[in-house]
Design a protein around this ligand. Structure first.
Ligand SMILES: [Mn+2]
Length: 315
């Protein structure tokens, strides 16, 4: 009997918080010999906390390091920079919907990766491939899966949304007995938009991912909200925090985008000259010196509309 940890990425959003629970539930069902324990890297965002409470789950335990010989399953990333140190850890499986992120393993593994809207949609596909009938899907687990899709696809509005996500969400909502999915989505987005108790630095780090573009250590932070004006109002504090973050943590560039969930558009926050130039050429927009935020029309997805541009233009 071994303990197998199921872990998602750092700064967990809803998908990275619920996918470990969903995967651990199913893997435990299939493999009675071992115990699957969902864990999170650090504190999840407010939307994820809301979702867990809504469907009656406890917060998974936090785990920032593994011991040599530990066996793990990774969900919602394959980027080692977003995970605890994996030296001497055995990765048994990966379930994800991102581009490959550089993970190396010492042994063969199960890798189930599809370009779908969320990891919970990938897991739904995996369940179907393994012939888990919908009637055997626990309704509360189905609820978490629905929430993962709603969150990552901004309720099926993001350009990352596929037909499979739409069908999966419909089915999962039915199994979970969710009466009004749009109401749930709006409650989730309200939870996500709350700035209560967050410092400007917390806001920048809330949904931030680190990349190396060329040789530049780059932070790409987004904040999805239904109240973008709350962030516009504190531009000076956010810009100051972003510049301090660059100095204190050695970033060559910090990009911060406010994503307006309702209007389905994005705003780049001016941090410094280097970021400005990159955005101006990458998105072919004017970046006036007196502006604070620049709208990038229709840009809502870091995965599909931000990272590929920055990857090409951060030099
Ligand atoms: Mn995800």
């Amino acid at each position: 009997m071994a303990t197998i940890y199921v872990v998602g990425h750092k700064n967990p959003d809803t998908d990275a918080t619920v996918a470990p629970i969903v995967a651990a539930w199913y893997l435990g069902l299939k493999d009675k010999e071992n115990t699957y324990v969902p864990v999170i890297y650090n504190q999840p965002n407010k939307e994820a906390v809301f979702v867990l409470k809504y469907f009656g789950f406890n917060l998974p335990q936090e785990k920032q390091s593994f011991s040599p010989g530990d066996k793990i399953v990774i969900v919602d990333t394959t980027n080692p920079d977003e995970l605890p140190d994996l030296t001497d850890v055995e990765v048994l499986a990966v379930f994800d919907h991102h581009k490959l992120g550089g993970l190396k393993t010492s042994k063969p593994l199960t890798a189930f990766i599809f370009p779908l809207g969320s990891t919970t949609a990938v897991l739904f596909k995996y369940f179907k491939a393994n012939r888990l009938g919908c009637k055997n899907l626990d309704p509360k687990i189905a609820g978490l899966m629905a929430a993962g899709i709603i969150s990552d696809t901004l309720n099926l509005q993001s350009p990352t949304t596929t037909d499979f996500d739409k069908q999966a969400l419909k089915k999962l909502v039915e199994i979970a007995g969710i009466r009004d999915v749009d109401k749930l989505a709006s409650e989730m987005f309200d939870a996500k938009s709350s700035l209560e108790g967050l410092t400007p630095l917390d806001i920048l780090k809330y949904d931030a991912k680190e990349y190396t573009f060329g040789n530049k250590k780059t932070l790409v932070a987004v904040f999805e909200t239904v109240k973008p004006e709350k962030l516009f109002d504190i531009y000076d504090k956010l810009q100051d925090a972003a510049n301090k973050l660059k100095t204190n943590e050695g970033y060559d560039a910090v990009f911060f985008f406010v994503i307006d969930i309702l209007k389905q558009t994005g705003f780049y926050m001016r941090v410094g000259e280097f970021e400005d130039k990159t955005i101006a050429s990458g998105y072919n927009v004017e970046v006036p010196q007196d502006a604070m935020f620049i709208e990038l029309t229709g840009v809502v997805s870091r995965k599909k509309q931000i990272v590929p541009v920055l990857e090409a233009y951060v030099k």
